[in-house]
Design a protein around this ligand. Sequence first.
Ligand code: PGA
Ligand code: ZN
Length: 429
Amino acid sequence: EITKIRARQIFDSRGIPTVEVDLHTNKGMFRAAVPSGPSTGVYDVVELRDGDKGKYLGKCVSGAIKNINEKISEALIGMDPTLQTQIDQAIVDLDKTENKGELGANAMLAVSIAACKAGAAEKEVSLYKHVADLSGQTNLVLPVPAFTLISGGKHAGSNLAIQEIMIVPIGAATFEEAMQIGTETYHHLKGVIFEKYGPAGCNVGDDGSLAPNISSFSEGLDLVKEAIDRTGYSGKIKMALDVAATNFYIGTKYDLDFKSPNKSGQNFKSAEDMIDMYTQLCRDYPIVSIEEPFDKDDWEHTKLFTNLGICQVVGDVLLMSNIKRIEKAIDESTCNALLLKVNQFGTITEAIEAVKMATDAHWGVVMSHRCGETEDSFIADLAVGMTTGIIKAGAPCRGERIAKYNQLLRIEEELGDKAIFAGKNWRLP
Ligand code: PGA
Ligand code: ZN
């Protein structure tokens, strides 16, 4: 049973305060930390921060910590940690708001994850296995890693509007081989960029990916293509994009020059221009998935593009991990994949529900890290247990990113002969 819950403030990979919790049972202590990111909309749950500008620029999480140490702790002491649904319900019931504004989704998720880890220990099974039991999954599938190799948007200081250019080694036979392909391509890309832009081009962005000062989508894709060619694995690697277009939608236009101080204005594109551009890019490069190609509220063009059937279209801020928005997008066929940011749900039970909805609709599911991460590798186990088929955890570089990929290597090793790699079935494993 749960005997003690203690939360503290720690820091994420950007140096911003976040919540960590130690949950104790008769089996030991189980620790979990929550991530955070800048892609937020008006529909998401509340990440509770104190807002006192004199302290950590308003980002302090002492209120969320207090909620864990007092209200949540009081409600959960004595509960059986294997009963995830009941635990999550007890947490959610403490908050009378719809957006988790009283307790904070960050407070809730830290405890939900720690309880999940304790539940696995109580059953004496691996964490991914416990998650699979909770999700009703019998298959344990290693996801294909989507490595971000070049970043722009809000994740890097370059002029590039697009947030992430990823490679997806779907032709690998195992997760380990996917890691080899990912890391080798990353190092080759560093070489390609060094030759063209010098050492300053090799600085990295928030998620460990390279961030040369380029401004066109195709320039970035060409660099990655060149790196792929140098590895000799071109037949095994596909590409994916996270445009994060919500960040540069201004009025009725998309401002591809949104970070440059002296905009010329000639880089404004209409939604129709964007559709043409994506269609052309998918012809020129092996792109299999595009995330957030339009503004979060531009459902019309997202749907138009999805219906062209050129590639998978992933909803991120568009869906905002909000059950009602996911339901609507499924009904209207607005997109055909869910970006799963577990911290936007607040509890594991709610995330499991959303994945069920998405897979029932034959959508893809992309397990996702956040820009601000910690060393907690929970989403690796979550991806295997939920059979998401794909995981995006940044570049194969920087501790907080590699922590997730390393955990997947361990899981593959532990499963041995029984390990199944999603590979070419990444969309519907
Ligand atoms: P984040 O989002 O920067 O808010 O963490 C990552 C993403 O857009 O996928
Ligand atoms: Zn995104």
